[in-house]
Design a protein. Structure first.
Length: 493
């Protein structure tokens, strides 16, 4: 009986990389054949095969680990590339938004200029039409001059057949401006507005007229635009302003009052809407005796105030003062709206007050216009802005800054907003308005040298009359007028 052949079997070599592999040398069951296999050491070939299999398994495990690491690295690189692409897209979008904003600003500026031009043409046409209407009114007045009543002294027994043009209502106060919708109107002294009835220049303080009831209403701003002092009741009534959509009254509040001894103080009255929708863009406050309370048939001529502009209360934050003050916020100037594009650009340039605006304007007007405000060319908006700023009153700010030429023969002077006001040439002071061409060129050349130092120059002079007077060094910071030197000492160096 032949002994069973030895077989070399690899179990689990292809069963998967997750389980441990092992090598097994198998033989047939010797007990079944009744033969006892002798034990002998593994052959060199077997040992080599074992080592080879172990090395292969080791390399397979290492390959799996390297694959995972490379996958993570690839994911990281992919995320990084996506982030870089997103950042590029974001930067591109920001540039496009900035370009769009600049284009929109330019278009708005162009649109504003076009609208200003059209409004100017419209105003000219309206003015022309107004003149034509005035001519027609004067012609009509001349044709019917014989129909106007003759002025006679007021008599209590007067009847309709004896009208009297001397009897009239008259406002005793003017309106405080500016006026905004839904704000109580007041007199220039911040008191209630008063109205009285007069016979000529004398107030009527007794009789039925002194106790009449008067009502307050609003007329369109073109009423009596030619300076007419007398009118008929029909002319007055035809100019009464109606509310929006011709409904209701323009005024709200206590719009009537009773005269007491010929005089009355008006109650709380306010405008319900602005005057911008009217052709003249103004309203006139008027007063008349109530139509259902005619006193003996006497015609009492109505009272009227000066035309005023009534602004929307929403614009009160942008109120424009005339004249502006140096310490006003810069958006108080014409054409600069609070938090608008010009206001933001000025704030970015550290220009917060009207005084700052004037200093920048006097230092370099072109830089302020082109670089700060980014107004590419002169426009009506720029001209109005500058004109309004120039209205500032500097009478209470007499301090001056002096800048000396190298040789000391010329001294130029700047006021509190760094505007050149004059110069001393060889001991003689000349105001800027009196410069001859040579002195003007010399002074402005020196002004260019001083431009970069204006902010640090001290106020060491004051304007006393028409001459600069030097202030002693001990009082430079206070500018106490009591220490100002006399004119002779002021012109000595």
């Amino acid at each position: 009986m032949e002994p069973p052949k030895r077989q070399l079997a690899l179990t689990g070599a292809g069963a998967g990389r997750e389980e441990a592999k092992r090598l097994r040398v198998g033989v047939a069951n010797p007990s079944a054949a009744g033969w006892q296999a002798p034990t002998s050491p593994a052959s060199p070939g077997t040992r080599l095969m074992r080592r080879t299999v172990l090395v292969v398994l080791f390399l397979l495990r290492m390959s799996d680990a390297i694959t995972v690491t490379e996958s993570i690295s690839q994911i990281g690189r992919m995320v990084q590339r996506k982030m870089e692409g997103f950042q590029k897209v974001q930067a591109l979008m920001m540039r496009q938004l900035e370009n769009f904003e600049e284009k929109m600003e330019a278009k708005l500026e162009n649109l504003e200029e076009k609208l200003e031009g059209k409004l100017g043409n419209l105003e000219e046409k309206m003015e022309s039409k107004s003149q034509e209407v005035q001519e027609l009114a004067r012609f009509h007045s001349n044709r019917h001059a014989d129909k106007h009543p003759r002025s006679e002294p007021y008599q209590e027994g007067a009847t309709l057949s004896e009208p009297n043009a001397n009897i009239r209502l008259r406002f005793l106060d003017g309106l405080k401006t500016p006026i905004y919708t839904d704000k109580i109107i007041a007199s220039e002294s911040n008191a209630a507005i008063r109205i009285g009835v007069f016979d000529g220049d004398k107030m009527i303080n007794e009789g039925p007229l002194s106790k009449a009831k008067v009502e307050i209403l609003v007329l369109r701003g073109d009423f009596c635009s030619d300076g007419q002092e007398s009118w008929t009741e029909e002319e007055f009534n035809s100019h009464i302003a109606q509310g929006r959509h011709r409904q209701g009254s323009v005024l709200g509040g206590d719009c009537s009052a009773w005269l007491n001894n010929g005089e009355a103080s008006l109650g709380k009255i306010r405008f319900r809407e602005g005057s911008s929708r009217t052709p003249s863009r103004k309203f006139i406050v008027g007063g008349r005796v109530c139509t259902n309370r005619k006193i003996g048939g006497i015609r009492v001529q109505e009272a009227v105030m000066e035309p005023v502009t009534v602004l929307d209360r929403r614009n009160e934050a942008n109120e424009k003062r005339h004249p502006p003050r140096l310490d006003d916020e810069v958006y108080r100037l014409e054409e600069i709206s609070k938090d608008g594009i010009y206001h933001r650009r000025l704030k970015d340039a550290q220009i917060f007050k009207v005084e700052d605006f004037l200093k920048a304007l006097n230092k370099d007007a072109d830089e302020l216009r082109e670089m700060v405000l980014q107004i590419k060319k002169r426009s009506n908006a720029w001209e109005r802005m500058v004109k309004h700023a120039r209205e500032c009153c500097l009478a209470d700010r007499p301090e001056l800054k002096a800048y000396h030429s190298v040789d000391g023969n010329v001294v130029i002077f700047f006021n509190c907003v760094h505007d050149l006001v004059g110069a001393i040439f060889y001991g003689v002071y000349i105001s800027r308005d009196n410069f001859d061409p040579a002195k003007k060129a010399q002074a402005y050349e020196l002004k260019e040298c001083a431009r970069g130092q204006l902010d640090i120059l001290p106020f060491d002079y004051v304007m006393n009359g028409n001459l600069p007077e030097q202030v002693p060094s001990s009082t430079h910071s206070t500018l106490d007028a009591a220490f100002i030197l006399g004119p002779d000492a002021a012109l000595q160096r």
